[in-house]
Ligand binder design. Structure first.
Ligand SMILES: [Zn+2]
Length: 156
């Protein structure tokens, strides 16, 4: 994973970040993301990381709300296709999800925490808002998230 200079290289992503900057969002995740941006070098993954933070993705739940899809139901017909469904439920991604959860569980355990984390979209996209991870741990979780997005083959 490399740091990603979106301002210099990526106008579309810069637009997305501009939306973050201008929106008076109650979503405190955005605050954390803004203060500690680590983007994947893969452009599609970078965009697919930002869009769920804005609740504006190509997932059916968001498309349906914009009247761009006829249904909120996942193409795989196993639930409403929202961000949580994509990361944690959709049967299409169960293999790569196992790997994602194993990696995060290892980070969790290595950091001296008991049991398992509460699985949430915030944990994947902005881990430092969920609990007191170190910078290294947060980055490792984000790296696992980016890998999941990339291997899903989806552009959110
Ligand atoms: Zn599904």
């Amino acid at each position: 994973m490399e740091e990603f200079d979106y301002q210099a290289d990526n106008s579309e992503l810069a637009d997305s970040m501009g939306q973050i900057n201008h929106r008076q969002s109650t979503y405190d995740v955005l605050q954390a993301v803004r203060s500690r941006i680590v983007f994947p070098k893969n452009r599609n993954v970078a965009i697919s990381y930002v869009r769920p933070l804005l609740n504006d993705t190509t997932l059916r739940e968001h498309q349906y709300r914009m009247c761009l899809a006829d249904t909120r139901l996942c193409e795989n017909e196993d639930g409403i296709e929202d961000t949580y469904h994509f990361f944690f439920q959709c049967a299409r991604y169960s293999d790569i999800r196992d790997k994602l959860k194993q990696e995060i569980q290892s980070i969790w355990t290595d950091s001296g925490k008991n049991g398992s984390p509460q699985w949430s979209v915030d944990l994947l996209l902005a881990p430092s808002t969920v609990t007191n991870f170190t910078k290294v741990q947060s980055r490792a979780i984000l790296a696992a998230t980016f890998e999941f997005i990339q291997h899903s083959g989806r552009q959110l």
